[in-house]
Design a protein around this ligand. Structure first.
Ligand SMILES: Nc1ncnc2c1ncn2[C@@H]1O[C@H](COP(=O)(O)OP(=O)(O)OP(=O)(O)O)[C@@H](O)[C@H]1O
Ligand SMILES: [Mg+2]
Length: 315
């Protein structure tokens, strides 16, 4: 039964053990992993190399079975097959037959997915445009760069207009412009009401487009929640760098404001609550100190991520 509840994807208490070879000890790579993806959101599954992202995605795709626990997509257990035409998948290292052209390979995948006749031609052209490969549509894939092949992979995942799209490192191998284009494609999917699950370790991309994230380290989920929760504006602060700050001015502002001050050679760096930044700047300007820079500071996803990795490694 395809279920239309709020959850598009659920991974529940999943454990995965691998046996590295005959007679060798089992290695646990997923420890009781639980999370859900809501319909219509972009979900970022974030973690360092070897954390278990691809293993989790392979379980979702039904490519490997969990040792314990369950996984479902659109309310169906992933071992079932009836929902499969509604999902799209970009694997980690997609391989495409090198002697086909971009147009031919997309046509091939469209046929495989049962897209017929004129619909297929229209769909292939639409996707070539979407991933910006229209100008090389008739070039053989063996002449494509890594980034161009990655775009073929993204187009392939979308060929049958799936409801839920799973992308393993969609920005991998892309230059900044390519990353922006793929981000825009993913945002356009959300605008159409689709659900996107993506594995990645490129945090700025996650901050820019994901609605919610889960951070996995060493096979355990360390944090999950809405992206805003990882970018708290409580405690918004400003970093101010000064030079030629007289010692008595330093004492005076340290007394008046709640701030952290560190000396960097000739320079002094001050981190202060955003609301106090004006006051501090007024005081130092009167004193004749020179303002080198003023930068708003946000506790970023990167800080949370790095802390999670440290905690995970300590655990
Ligand atoms: N078939 C396998 N047999 C044994 N160990 C495996 C197998 N597949 C994955 N692993 C191990 O499971 C762990 C998680 O791997 P996984 O590929 O899921 O990580 P990942 O988070 O996708 O990393 P990356 O960011 O590098 O893609 C790693 O320690 C890896 O060595
Ligand atoms: Mg991986």
């Amino acid at each position: 039964m395809v279920d239309e509840s709020r959850e598009a994807v659920r991974v529940q208490n999943v454990v995965k053990d691998f046996r590295p070879g005959f007679g060798l000890r089992r290695k646990r790579v997923l420890h009781d992993v639980t999370f859900a993806v809501q319909h219509g959101e972009i979900f970022g599954f974030v973690g360092p190399n070897g954390a278990g992202k691809t293993t989790t995605l392979k379980i979702l795709m039904g490519l490997i079975r969990p040792t314990e626990g369950t996984a479902s997509i659109l309310g169906c257990d992933v071992q079932e097959s009836e929902f499969r035409h509604r999902i799209g998948f970009l694997p980690e290292n997609p391989y495409f037959y090198p002697y086909l052209t971009a147009r031919e390979i997309l046509d091939f995948y469209a046929r495989l997915s049962g897209v017929s006749g004129s619909d297929r031609r229209r769909r292939v052209e639409e996707l070539l445009g979407l991933v910006n490969l229209g100008h090389v549509a008739d070039a053989r894939l063996r002449t494509f760069s890594k980034g161009m092949l990655q775009r073929v992979g993204v187009a392939q995942a979308l060929i049958h207009d799936p409801t839920v799209v799973f992308l393993d490192e969609p920005m991998s191998g892309l230059d900044p412009i390519g990353r922006k284009e793929i981000r825009d494609v993913i945002l356009s999917l959300r605008a159409e009401g689709k659900t996107v699950f993506m594995n990645t370790h490129i945090l700025p991309d996650v901050e820019m487009i994901c609605d919610r994230v889960a951070i996995i380290v060493n096979g355990s989920i360390r944090h999950q929640g809405r992206i805003e929760d990882f970018l708290p504006d409580r405690g918004r602060r400003t970093d101010i760098v000064l030079s030629q700050l007289a010692p008595d001015t330093a004492d005076q502002i340290e007394e008046r404001f709640d701030l952290e001050m560190v000396g960097l050679g000739e320079r002094v760096e001050i981190r202060v609550a955003e609301k106090d930044a004006h006051g501090v700047l007024d005081a130092v300007m009167i004193s004749g100190a020179e303002i080198v820079s003023v930068t708003p500071y946000r506790n970023s996803l990167e800080d949370v991520f790095l802390d999670a990795v440290r905690e995970g490694e300590a655990a």
